[in-house]
Design a protein around this ligand. Structure first.
Ligand SMILES: [Zn+2]
Length: 100
């Protein structure tokens, strides 16, 4: 009786080890695929992220604006648009940043 149980346990252990050895590379492959998929999805999200969003500014303005309808821009003749990362030295407008 005891012998049988011992044998069953060692059978189970060797089966688990065999599965682990066999499925180890598969698990690594699946994890890597999931990770690369996640990276791709993350890239897509960051492509549409607020950091890629166009903002509005005037040449001599100190601020950039998240909305073209910002009251500060109403007095400006020419309003330009650019990606936020292309604007150096401009700070967010306190009126419209956070509107959307
Ligand atoms: Zn503004």
């Amino acid at each position: 009786m005891r012998r049988k149980t011992d044998r069953n346990i060692s059978d189970i252990i060797s089966t688990i080890i065999a599965y682990a050895v066999l499925s180890g590379p598969v698990i690594i492959l699946v994890v890597m695929m999931a990770f690369s998929c996640f990276e791709r999805v993350k890239g897509n999200i960051s492509f549409h992220s607020p950091f890629e969003k166009k903002v509005y500014y005037t040449i001599d303005g100190e601020f950039y604006h998240e909305s073209k309808d910002c009251p500060v821009l109403k007095n400006s003749d020419r309003v330009y648009s650019a990606y936020k990362k292309e604007l150096n030295g401009k700070t967010p407008c306190e009126q419209c940043v956070g509107w959307n």
